[in-house]
Design a protein around this ligand. Structure first.
Ligand SMILES: NC(=O)c1ccc[n+]([C@@H]2O[C@H](COP(=O)([O-])OP(=O)(O)OC[C@H]3O[C@@H](n4cnc5c(N)ncnc54)[C@H](O)[C@@H]3O)[C@@H](O)[C@H]2O)c1
Length: 318
């Protein structure tokens, strides 16, 4: 297999190392900052660097990993889709559903295997919780994701990142959709500096009749992450960055979850089947729609419906 990785920063490195561990014949690396790509290439056997984007022959690859910041999404994904190349895209899929609509339209015209890096879906604890919750009525849920700002240059500029909620709260929103179900409407209050919201309290009304609350903030210096789901007889709790069961020890290898996710995608590519993939582009598009609705609710302060985006069922997995 020949695999390309576009964007060779932190996540490009994670993905390239995971692809290399999976075992491929060649890895092609591209980043406009060519030094970054070269630095990564030194650590990845069988890799080579292309210095100009136009020299990246996407059509000659068996899969493409897009690990760029949210603002830089779109063109390379569409090039891959039009050539029938399977696509792995980092979360979030872009700045907004409007920003991602062209990729989604391209996928509707030319379906290819897709996977989006909502890696928490691959945790054994999360999959176990989803199975357990599917078997009982869910009374409600609550969750918190409290952390610091991500230290990369583009992150604090909402025009480049979509803002903290788009970048970080999206994990909690996606977890809610994966564990509880689809979101009908949201209400939200929050705080920020006028340029962006960096804290938000959000209430959710779900299509299955349950409801819940999530709190997000990037105003802290350490992380506090937890999700609780309430059933008629139990409280199911997942805690910390690795969303483990409270009785389990913390994950010792923080990279393993990225390897698991990459293995699932490359196994799907090898088999030509979406079965191992737990988050398709179409599925992530619906998470993006909820994040967008939270953003609108924060601005006008009322109830905000989540638009029921048409579902490309042939693109959905999990
Ligand atoms: N799943 C997770 O836990 C997790 C963790 C961190 C980041 N992420 C996501 O990964 C994405 C990238 O984040 P990062 O931490 O790797 O950022 P980063 O800044 O470390 O790396 C981004 C790289 O993309 C390059 N780039 C910018 N524009 C480009 C373009 N048009 N074409 C090709 N490359 C381009 C930059 O030069 C940089 O090297 C973000 O969407 C972020 O949310 C996910």
């Amino acid at each position: 297999m020949r695999i390309a990785v576009v964007g060779c920063g932190r996540m490009g490195r994670e993905r390239a190392l995971a692809v290399s561990a999976f075992g491929v014949d060649e890895l092609v690396l591209y980043d406009p900052d060519a030094d970054r790509a070269s630095l990564l290439s030194r650590d990845v056997p069988l890799s080579r660097v292309v210095r100009r984007e136009e020299d990246l022959d996407v059509g000659a690859c068996d899969a493409l990993f897009v690990c760029t910041p949210p603002f830089a999404r779109g063109a390379v994904e569409i090039r891959a889709i039009e050539r029938g190349v399977p696509l792995f895209v980092e979360k979030p899929i872009g700045l907004s559903t409007d920003h991602c609509a062209a990729v989604r339209d391209a996928l509707e015209r030319t379906p290819v295997l897709t996977s989006v890096g909502y890696m928490n879906r691959y945790r054994r604890s999360v999959v176990g919780a989803r199975t357990a919750l599917a078997a009982v009525p869910v009374v409600g849920f609550c969750g918190n994701w409290i952390c610091g700002e991500y230290q990369v240059p583009w992150w604090s500029n909402p025009a480049l990142s979509g803002g903290p909620l788009n970048e970080q709260m999206t994990h909690l929103v996606d977890l809610t959709r994966f564990l509880i179900g689809e979101v009908l409407q949201v209400q939200a209050t929050g705080g920020g500096d006028g340029n962006r919201f960096d804290s938000a309290s959000v209430t959710f009304t779900m299509t299955n009749g349950s409801s819940g609350t999530l709190f997000y903030s990037c105003r802290a210096v350490s992380k506090s992450i937890e999700f609780r789901a309430f059933t008629p007889t139990d409280t199911l709790r997942l805690i910390d960055w690795d969303l483990r069961w409270p009785d389990d020890p913390p994950a010792t290898d923080r990279q393993q979850i990225f390897r698991d996710e990459v293995n699932a995608f490359l196994s799907a590519v090898t088999a030509g089947s979406p079965d191992p993939i737990l988050c398709s582009y179409d599925d992530a598009f619906r998470t993006q729609a909820v994040v967008d609705a939270i953003g609108r609710a924060l601005i006008h302060g009322g109830k905000e419906p989540v638009p029921a985006h048409r579902c490309c069922s042939h693109l959905v997995s999990g």
